[in-house]
Design a protein. Sequence first.
Length: 442
Amino acid sequence: MRIPTTVTLAIALVAPAALSPTSPLAAQEHTGMYDGPTVLRAARMLDVETGEMHTDAVLVVEDGVITAVNPETVPHSMHDMNLGDVTLLPGFIDAHTHLGMEISATSFTDAVTRTEAWRAFNAVVYGGRTVRAGFTTVRDYGGDVTVELGHAVESGHIVGPRVVPSRNALGITGGHCDVTGFAPGVREGGVEQGVADGPWEVVEAVRYQIKHGAKVIKTCATAGVLSMEGPVGAQQYTLEEMTAMVEEAARHGIKVAAHAHGPEGILAAVQAGVASIEHGSVLTDEIMDLMIEKGTYLVPTTYLADRIALDALPPLVRGKAEEILPVMRVSLQRAIERGVPIAFGTDAGVFPHGENAGEFGIYVQLGMSALDALRTATIHAADLLDTPDRGRLAEGMLADVIAVPGNPLDDIEVTRDVRFVMLGGRVIKHVMGGRDMHSMGH
Ligand SMILES: [Zn+2]
């Protein structure tokens, strides 16, 4: 049987009305979201793949993507920006954020006193801070709020990072990914909320999260710090449950990220085939060797130990934090030495959003080179998130470009002082002489 020819619809994009010089939107003339190329010039540009530092760098951007890197002839552009003594880098990727929350004295009761609308308004503010800090993509666990935040960012309605969402994380009844600490009947969860026990319920929960927007499945392989259940490292999902989870997610082309602190749960998660271990507080040689063999990423989340507001935590939770956070750094140091694949992740929300770059300095203190630290938040995180369109400054990549003062290979801490952010060709931050010339975001 002959298949009828499909009719191709040519979709004509309606050109935006010309902006008059007096229009408040005229500021957007500098954003590069109109016809013609934007040219970015800077003293330096780092090729994170090769480690090569180019001087007198030129990037050409058009229609939201990079169209040329250091071309022989630079096209004429109405928007030719010289950013001066800065280093251009690909926009950073944080593989572990919580844009739906930020820890405070009320965090443990917000689940029953606040609404999704409150979380959504806050998420807009936190997302704005995150992207202005140079993090143009995040992998976020935050329910429907951060699924929709991602949609709002992609549509251009709000300024924030691109989001790879997990929707609700999968966990056992009463475990770290369930809401605990309340009387029976209060905030009980089922597969829709990600609470699932046994392989078949887990499979159902995976399907439900994917149905409603999950691009990654997040799970709690072990207990955790910021919850009211028992020993922080205790294994929660069985190997059988996690294997069912990974296999079901894989049928949809989706990876699993496992929150895991204790060694039994970490090992089971790695054996089950998760793509990343989040936190990975207690790593044995056996675990690290298996992670190297299987290419399982460690997403360390260690900066939070310096910034978590211990006073805001209930005593049970504070005790767990004080027990696990120092151990986490010892494991990370050994993982760096041994060569475990590492992708950048912070757990932002457990500390104030926008400070994500603080994580880089810890990696360097624990023995990683500055170049490798930058790779964790670019090429490695892009690999983990299955987003090959970002993480490098190369022709055809998304025009997610940032700039830091000086040379980050000499001083990694300059990553905390991002001067320029372009997201999909749109300039959303440009600090010159201490003043942000293109302040967008919240
Ligand atoms: Zn987390």
